[in-house]
Design a protein around this ligand. Structure first.
Ligand code: PGA
Length: 251
């Protein structure tokens, strides 16, 4: 029987100074010390990565960045490379979050460059895909997701040393308190797994974790986690408080 270790990731977005991030991570370490069968990831802002990595050293909690730039180094003011993230303690990097796509000009092409750079460096990319409300209303959900996956993963080669995490985040459910229904989530996740299988084969499709994101809270996480193709959650707002994030991790 196939088994994927659940993964619960917290995206702290542009919240918390260094001290606040250290405090939250310190509390979280205590709250999840009993957890054995869930992988936990937190994604603080760049400025807190190195200090948080010290706090979570030798715990079950891994570190993620919220973005990266694909070049190795160079005159790219304001950008951060994969090797910089690794030296700050990261194992994961979120790529193509809808806020980056909507507010900062991220396209499927830039997502693709970032995915390839992350994967080549040994970081595990968390590729975010998702449709807007208008796209869902116009019945374009599956074509939008297909394109985001097709273009985002184009030219990527994965072997047994590389993994990939996909996060399905319907844009209309992010930060709105309006979570997608279990039926909507399962339908999309099965579709996404199928796309992974077509591109990378059955073994990888079975091993790839597909997270749901969009208003995940302590009171809706358990139902989502019962769905066969939901392997975890990417949590925004509810990951900022160690208490509520810990409840989600204890789904
Ligand atoms: P939310 O954010 O949990 O606050 O809806 C999810 C995300 O943006 O990853």
């Amino acid at each position: 029987m196939e088994y994927r270790i659940p993964l619960i990731a917290g995206n702290w977005k542009m919240f918390k100074t260094g001290n606040e991030a250290v405090d939250a991570a310190t509390q979280l370490v205590k709250l999840v010390s009993d957890i054995e069968n869930v992988d936990i990831v937190i994604a603080p802002p760049y400025t807190s990565l190195a200090v948080v990595s010290e706090v979570i050293r030798d715990t079950r909690i891994d570190l993620s960045a919220q973005d990266l730039y694909w070049e190795k180094e160079g005159a790219y003011t304001g950008q951060i490379s994969a090797s910089m993230l690794i030296s700050a303690g990261c194992q994961y990097v979120i790529i193509g979050h809808s806020e980056r796509r909507q507010l900062f000009g991220e396209t499927n092409d830039t997502v693709n460059n970032k995915i390839k750079a992350a994967s080549a460096s040994g970081l595990i990319p968390i590729l975010c895909v998702g449709e807007t409300e208008t796209q869902r209303d116009e019945k374009k959900t599956f074509s939008v997701l297909d394109k985001q996956m097709e273009k985002g993963l184009e030219g990527l080669t994965l072997d047994e040393h590389h993994s990939l995490v996909i996060a399905y985040e319907p844009v209309w459910a992010i930060g709105t308190g309006k979570s997608a229904t279990p039926d909507q989530v399962q339908e999309v996740h099965a579709f996404l797994r199928d796309l992974v299988e077509k591109r990378f084969g059955n073994m990888l499709a079975k091993a790839t974790r597909i997270l749901y994101g969009g208003s995940v809270k302590p009171d809706n996480v358990s139902e989502l986690m019962t769905l066969p193709d939901v392997d975890g959650a990417l949590v925004g707002g509810a990951s900022l408080q160690p208490d509520s994030f810990s409840k989600i991790i204890h789904f």
